[in-house]
Write a protein that binds this ligand. Structure first.
Ligand code: FCB
Length: 467
């Protein structure tokens, strides 16, 4: 596969029914953490723990979207979005993670969906974007098998309320991050640090996905999606030269990391089996007793789309004798390297061609599902000047990645849409409010929203259905 001919200039037009939109997540924007019966989530607990989040920031107020959703929907309409991907906060619906639904919590999403539909914007609902009810974590969180069953119950409750108006359903956002940053290196909530716990959490997240997918389908859901954080795994030389020669040892390191990052989730969900690399990693870290007979059949419930959140490639090489990284059980003997590329404010390398490479590969490895870019974007240190935000670096990032997405379609990738991360600047997890990913600037003192230059440019992209 060579991606050397990507157009960097000129006109590109996307397929007619291509979906254009933006994404957010409940804990990152809603605020109103204690309102209308919402229970605490693992992110409330984690962000209140000193030292876990930069500057001690929390999602307690965030973008106050819970109260300002009408204005935010009006803003989306002004920007011409066709689709809006948001997540439902499980602790608003079931404050302790199980039992009767909290009607006030459901009513919020009811109003949001109605506002979106009134504005002509298609809702894409994500059921889990990391805000697990704290009560469930106290009972073991995702290391407990029971959490998967609770998740399916919750999915059915939300579908029951919104399913008459919502056709696009996502079970999980980025289970790799939930499992391996939440339970592996502890950088995210709940902040546990155990390879065995992380691998168990990954399996139970998948089981929850399969059970929820079945429940959604049985209730009549039209389209079901699983969203993963995927990335091409490249050697340092391949970052700037896709055709660079790769040694056998480096290729083996890259294959193993691809299995841990992407195949760990997509092989069970789409092919009904685990990669050998994942079973070996579990074998070395407490065993595979948590994988029961019949689980893979549940996990392999039919789905329609895979959502790809792409920010940067994963760069590795052979690293003889190195221990596994805490976020990557099974990565013994792999060196995680840096890329020679310009970086965003997160320090993430900017490599648009990585998106083409990834989409083409996933479409060929998993031909039976469609793909959607469900997140792509960049943090930069934006400044408001005379009511404008001249975020040329973000605009260039987005343009480069859209060209890369288009190149992938031209090479046969079945890509159905693109959702920018994010609509608004928001609570960027362990980085707090210091990292701004929005195409719309948020002043956290006044809650004023200011569309950045990238938002105005994106509106034109949507109008033209291309560049
Ligand atoms: C992804 C998350 C999203 C956001 C971006 C920057 O991993 O899904 O919530 O934080 O990264």
């Amino acid at each position: 596969m060579t991606i050397t001919t990507m157009e960097t200039r000129g006109t590109v037009v996307f397929p007619d029914d291509f979906v254009w939109g933006a994404a957010t997540a409940s804990y990152q924007i809603e605020g109103a953490a204690k309102e209308d019966g919402r229970g605490p989530s693992i992110w409330d607990t984690f962000s209140a723990t000193p030292g876990k989040v930069r500057e001690g920031d929390t999602g307690e107020v965030a973008c106050d979207h819970y109260h300002r959703y009408r204005d935010d929907v009006a803003l989306m309409k002004d920007l011409g979005l066709n689709a809006y991907r948001f997540s439902v906060a499980w602790p608003r619906i079931q404050p302790t993670g199980s039992g009767a639904a909290n009607q006030a919590g459901l009513a919020f999403y009811d109003r949001l969906v109605d506002a979106l539909l009134d504005a002509g914007i298609t809702p894409y609902v994500t059921l889990y974007h990391w805000d697990l009810p704290q009560t469930l974590e106290d009972l073991g969180g995702w290391t407990s098998r029971d959490t998967a069953y609770r998740f399916a119950d919750y999915a059915a409750i939300v579908h029951d309320r919104l399913g008459d108006r919502v056709s696009h359903w996502t079970t999980l956002n980025e289970p790799w991050v939930s499992a391996f940053l939440g339970y592996g290196n502890g950088v995210h909530a709940p902040g546990r640090t155990s390879a065995h716990d992380a691998l168990r959490a990954a399996h139970h997240l998948l089981l929850g996905h399969g059970l929820a997918a079945r429940a959604l389908r049985a209730a009549g859901a039209e389209e079901i999606m699983l969203v993963v954080n995927s990335a091409p795994v490249l050697t340092p030389a391949q970052v700037n030269d896709p055709a660079a020669a790769v040694s056998a040892a480096d290729a083996a390191a890259a294959d193993r990391v691809h299995a841990l990052l992407t195949r760990q989730f997509l092989d069970p969900a789409l092919l009904g089996r685990y990669p050998a690399e994942v079973l070996e990693a579990a074998g070395r870290n407490g065993g595979t007793a948590h994988i029961l007979d019949g689980d893979l059949e549940i996990i392999n419930a039919p789905i329609d789309l895979v959502g790809i959140n792409y920010y940067n490639p994963c760069v590795v090489e052979d690293g003889p004798g190195l221990p596994a990284d805490a976020a990557w059980p099974g990565s013994e003997g792999v060196r995680f390297a840096s890329a020679e590329a310009p970086v965003t404010a997160m320090g993430w390398p900017i490599v648009p061609s990585g998106l083409s490479r990834l989409l083409v590969r996933l479409s060929s490895d998993y031909p039976r599902v469609g793909l959607m870019v469900t997140e792509n974007g960049a943090a930069f240190d934006d400044v408001v000047e005379d009511g404008r935000v001249h975020d040329g670096a973000r605009l260039a990032y987005l343009e480069g990645h859209l060209r890369a997405a288009h190149a992938a379609i031209a090479q046969g990738a079945d890509l159905r849409g693109y959702l920018v991360w994010s609509l608004l600047d928001n609570f960027e997890w362990a980085e707090g409010y210091g990292r701004r990913f929005g195409v719309v600037h948020v002043d956290y003192t006044t809650q004023a929203r200011t569309p950045k230059d990238s938002a105005l440019w994106y509106r034109d992209v949507i109008t033209r259905n291309g560049l």
